[in-house]
Ligand binder design. Structure first.
Ligand SMILES: [Fe+2]
Length: 399
């Protein structure tokens, strides 16, 4: 999938930065293999460096904090494409060799406990596939190869509220419960949640049009031509589908909720609505125990774009709440922070701790381009309140 996404970028756009605060595509082509090699082979298994200069350029995926810093990353500091590709394949060869032959699980080495470094590099790559796609999304049409899909719109269902009774929400997990988790998923935290009412479906583009008629602003993915609204998808532009979830920033979602006299759910409320049951037991997924299948929701690259909010009745939670996992991440009102028992992970200590700043908010669930391996109850995503490029939807709860 990584190679497919990079191949959809026109060669002339390889050094483009359609999102100014993000690195060019050239960075991602080198970063994913470099991060894998450094994390597993060097720091995990103690192998020698392959190319210290290129490793330094491509190691860090953390983006510049502001536009001034971003401007310093000009074209000249990135190697030629052939050099990036050659470096990437050398890293890949070494990583594949290590996975096939080395002791990647070793309970005596902190970075190799439960094969942590190997899982880290696999999930790191999957997350960057999503990052790359939302950057490709912002490229102008002639800078990418068009991959068109089939899109359906329909009348959106009435968005009734469902009652979720008071009970326990289990956030996070204990290390023994899951094969792998990022540091922000530990430890297991049981939280008491009061009863609340939550919308059956996320807010749709059609709902957002009504908000705009009363002063709301258009989301970044929308375009207006000749008095009609269009939606910019990753690879094409279509008439605005009213029944799809609207993708907006945290601030926009909050503005909508205030306008509607509602609010966003907290992270524990999301858990309760998605995984809780009237009987009191909690389940791994909204639909129950079965591992995620295409019929449960729009995730795992079945398509690049959203679908109508009621396209997956098989994914409904025990309370009748639909589309909680897939079709776009869901904003919660909870600032991203450590769970009780948090410890920075050995193989990637800056992964979460750099973002516990009160300015990032937790998103849960999955988008259409979230890999299936990332779908687990404890997984948490997070972004700045005004970051507009993410595939993030929301639903409201009664205030
Ligand atoms: Fe990265």
């Amino acid at each position: 999938m990584t190679a497919d996404i990079l191949a959809s970028v026109a060669p002339a756009a390889f050094y483009d930065r359609p999102i100014p605060l993000r690195h060019p595509f050239a960075f991602y082509e080198g970063h994913i293999p470099a991060f894998s090699f450094i994390t597993l082979n060097e720091r995990g298994l103690g192998e020698a460096e392959l190319d210290p200069a290129l490793e330094r350029i491509f190691e860090r995926g953390i983006d510049p904090a502001n536009a001034t810093e971003a401007r310093r990353h000009d074209r000249a500091q990135w190697p030629e494409r052939d050099a990036v590709a050659a470096f990437a394949s050398r890293c890949d060869e070494h990583v594949e060799h290590a996975i096939a032959t080395a002791a990647i699980e070793d309970e005596r080495v902190p970075r190799l406990v439960r094969a942590q470094a190997a899982f880290t590099i696999l999930e790191h790559e999957a997350m960057h596939q999503e990052t790359m796609l939302y950057i490709v999304h912002q490229l102008e049409g002639e800078r990418k190869r068009h991959l068109t899909g089939r899109h359906e719109d329909r009348a959106a269902p009435p968005n009734e509220f469902r009652t979720v009774s008071a009970g326990t929400a289990t956030l996070g997990a204990d290390p023994d419960e899951i094969a792998f988790g990022w540091d922000n998923e530990f430890a297991r935290n049981e939280v008491r949640v009061a009863g609340f009412s939550i919308a059956t479906y996320p807010v749709t583009n059609g709902d957002w049009l009504r908000f705009m008629a009363e002063g709301g602003h258009a989301p970044i993915f929308w375009r207006q031509r000749g008095g009609r609204w269009f939606l910019r998808l990753v690879y094409e532009e279509i008439a605005l589908p009213r029944s799809w979830p609207v993708y907006v920033t945290f601030e926009q979602a909050q503005a909508y909720a205030r306008w509607a006299g509602l609010r966003l759910p907290t992270e524990p409320e999301y858990h309760r609505a998605a995984f809780g049951t009237p009987q009191g037991v909690e389940r791994p997924f909204p639909w129950g125990d079965e591992p995620p299948q295409p019929r449960h929701g729009n995730f795992g690259f079945q398509r690049f774009d959203p679908e109508p909010v009621d396209a997956h009745p098989d994914g409904v939670s025990a309370w009748g709440v639909t589309d909680l996992v897939g079709n776009g991440w869901e904003w919660t009102s909870t600032p991203f922070g450590p769970l009780n028992g948090f410890e920075p992970m050995a193989s990637y200590p800056q992964y979460s701790a750099d973002f516990f700043d009160g300015k990032h908010f937790v998103m849960k669930g999955a988008s259409p381009v979230t890999a299936r391996e990332l779908i687990r109850r404890s997984f948490r995503n997070w972004f700045y309140a005004d970051y507009p490029y993410m595939y993030a939807k929301f639903r409201c709860v009664a205030a």
